[in-house]
Structure formats: structure tokens, C-alpha cells
Design a binder for this molecule. Structure first.
Ligand SMILES: [Fe+2]
Length: 341
């Protein structure tokens, strides 16, 4: 184990380390044991000992310990080769290079490997009867424009067929939750989100709708269509290798918050959409698939709040209804404890 004088000796330590020692002196340890596969003391044991001795944050220690065990276990189980690991590092490097503020390849990787949905299930387990959740995907914006219930989510000229969404946010007893914040975002009738258009700063097909006193809300919008997740990068290549496609079913995204309740990130799917059973990001659930109704009575369209200018050439309005059920924070905490017990 090196002494402080050894650490500062210019014969033993280069300029870069000596400069760093001006600010922080690292702790050194004696090398007592060699590690070897199959010897009863492996690299996994050695790295555990090192981290347990040096790491001061228990949660960091727990996370890194779990990660190194999983990675080492993966290498042992698959007899991973240098060439295969180099290809993996090249894959991750390409994922980093293709990522931009508007497109994060690592989010796609997490989603397509089912990790995002698993983390959501672990952090937000749903008591019986509560609406199931899923990951927000890459197009979530935390503070979209506020839109009063009954308003329009879509700008004039937005591509797609007209849709009227009517819903409510309720507790597990069935009571409406007033002033819950319903953040909605969706693709248009061409399968594109507002941020994918030439001016990504113009919000469209998204908004935050506060619920009415009885927990209900509704809005006028556009029926979304199916679209592919970005597939021109390494994640797209991986999906091809796995025989999978990148296409997501049509859907509406929701992120719902209310004081005292566990926040819900979820999405709803029309039963007519393709790709429900092969979702590349594993976000579809049977309970989130909705039967839509085509309303052809123009008198009803006015009752929904549609204006004359929105109805040019319209022959039907798609009516989409859904009631969300949110658990309280305490219900979720109690459920987590019972799952761990
Ligand atoms: Fe989406």
C-alpha cells in the first residue's frame, strides 16, 4: 500500500496525479489476494470488497454491486468473447453518436429491451382496479400549454380525422378527482409528433387539461395513426437482427398528476390499430385497448364543441372514452411493502 510520500514522489507518480493530489488524496489498499475464475475468489468478489471498503453511499454501492454481478454473470453464462464485447461497445458508441436532444438512442434501447416498462412496474405498482402504466416515450414535454376541458388539442389544418376524447380521473372508490392535471400528447393522422415537424417549438396535439370539479375532462383532437420508432440507428439494426419491427400501434399518451395520488404515465390504444401484440416498446396492455365509436350525427358534433370551421368535409367523428383510476401515494407504498414482504 502506497504511503503519502510515495504518492507525491516524482520518481513514482506523474505530473497529472501530483496535480490532483493538491485537491484530493485517494485512499490506497494493500493487494492481499489475487482473483481467478473458479478459485472461490473471483473478480466479482474482488470488486465487491473494493467498493464495500471505499464507497460511502449505500444506495450507490447497492446499484453498482447489482450491476457488476449482472454483467459478470452475463459474461460467464454466455461465455462472452472479446469480439462480441467489442461489437457491443461499438453498438453503444453508435448509440451515443446518433443521439441528439430530440432523439435519444439509449431511451429507445431501454424501451425496446423492456427495461423501461419493468422500471415503471417496479416504481409504480398498481393496486387492483387502477389504470396500468407504461413509459412516456421520447416525445414527453413536462409543461405543455394549459387547455381548458372542452378545448381543442389540435391546431387548424392538422392532418387526420377528427376525434373527441371524453374521460375522467377517479380514485379507487370511484370518486372523481377535481383539478387533476392531464398531460396529453399524441401523434397526428400522419403518425408524427409536433416536435418532429420543421419548427419543433410549436406545440400541437399536446396540452395539459385540468379536470372539472367531478373529475371529468374532454377535448377535441385528431385520431392518431401508427408510426415507427426511429429505426435508422443501432436500435433499428438490433430489432432487425431479432426479427422484430419498429412500428407502434396508434395511441394517445397521458401523464396524470394530482396531489396525494401516485402519478400515472400511460397510453391508450384503439382496438382497430395494427401492431398491438408486437409493440416494440412493450407498452400495450389489454386493459388499455379501447373500442372507439364513429359518430355520424352532425347534431352531436356541435354538442361535443366542434366549430363549423373544424367540420369542413367531415363525415364522422371518432369518439374515444376512458376513465382513469389513480391510487393514492399511500396505497402504492402499502402495495410495495406487501410485494417486498
Ligand atoms: Fe408515442
Amino acid at each position: 500500500m502506497a504511503s503519502l510520500s510515495q504518492m507525491k514522489n516524482p520518481l513514482l507518480v506523474g505530473t497529472a496525479i501530483r496535480a490532483q493530489l493538491e485537491h484530493e488524496i485517494p485512499r490506497d489498499l494493500p493487494l492481499e489476494k489475487d482473483f481467478k475464475e473458479g478459485s472461490g475468489y473471483t473478480i466479482t468478489d474482488h470488486i465487491d470488497e473494493l467498493h464495500e471498503t471505499l464507497c460511502k453511499n449505500p444506495r450507490t454501492l447497492e446499484l453498482i454491486k447489482g450491476l457488476t454481478h449482472a454483467l459478470h454473470g452475463f459474461a460467464r453464462q454466455t461465455k462472452l468473447t472479446h469480439a462480441e464485447w467489442a461489437a457491443t461497445i461499438d453498438f453503444l458508441t453508435r448509440a451515443g453518436k446518433i443521439s441528439t436532444p430530440a432523439r435519444n438512442e439509449f431511451v429507445l434501447l431501454s424501451d425496446t429491451l423492456g427495461l423501461s416498462v419493468l422500471i415503471d412496474e417496479l416504481e409504480h405498482p398498481k393496486p387492483e382496479g387502477c389504470t396500468e402504466g407504461c413509459e412516456p416515450g421520447p416525445f414527453f414535454i413536462a409543461e405543455p400549454p394549459i387547455i381548458k376541458s372542452g378545448g381543442s388539442l389540435s391546431a387548424p389544418g392538422t392532418t387526420g380525422e377528427r376525434m373527441w376524447f371524453s374521460g375522467s380521473v377517479r380514485d379507487t372508490e370511484g370518486s372523481g378527482i377535481p383539478d387533476a392535471r392531464v398531460n396529453v400528447w399524441q401523434a397526428d393522422g400522419d403518425g408524427l409528433y409536433d416536435v418532429q415537424y420543421s419548427d419543433p417549438n410549436i406545440a400541437n396535439d399536446r396540452g395539459c387539461i385540468p379536470t372539472e370539479h367531478d373529475g371529468t375532462f374532454n377535448y377535441r383532437g385528431i385520431l392518431p395513426t401508427a408510426y415507427p420508432i426511429p429505426s435508422d440507428g443501432p436500435v433499428g439494426d438490433l430489432l432487425k437482427m431479432l426479427g422484430r419491427h419498429p412500428h407502434r400501434s396508434s395511441h394517445l399518451h397521458f401523464h396524470i398528476t394530482a396531489p396525494g395520488y401516485d402519478s400515472l404515465t400511460s397510453a391508450l390504444y384503439p382496438s382497430h390499430s395494427p401492431f398491438l401484440g408486437t409493440d416494440p416498446v412493450f407498452a400495450t396492455r389489454k386493459s388499455l385497448i379501447c373500442e372507439l365509436v364513429e359518430e355520424k350525427d352532425s347534431k352531436k358534433w356541435k354538442e361535443m364543441g366542434f366549430e363549423e370551421s373544424e367540420l369542413q368535409g367531415v363525415s364522422r367523428i371518432w369518439v374515444w372514452k376512458f376513465d382513469f383510476v389513480l391510487p393514492t401515494v399511500k396505497q402504492v407504498e402499502d402495495l410495495k411493502k406487501s410485494i417486498q414482504a
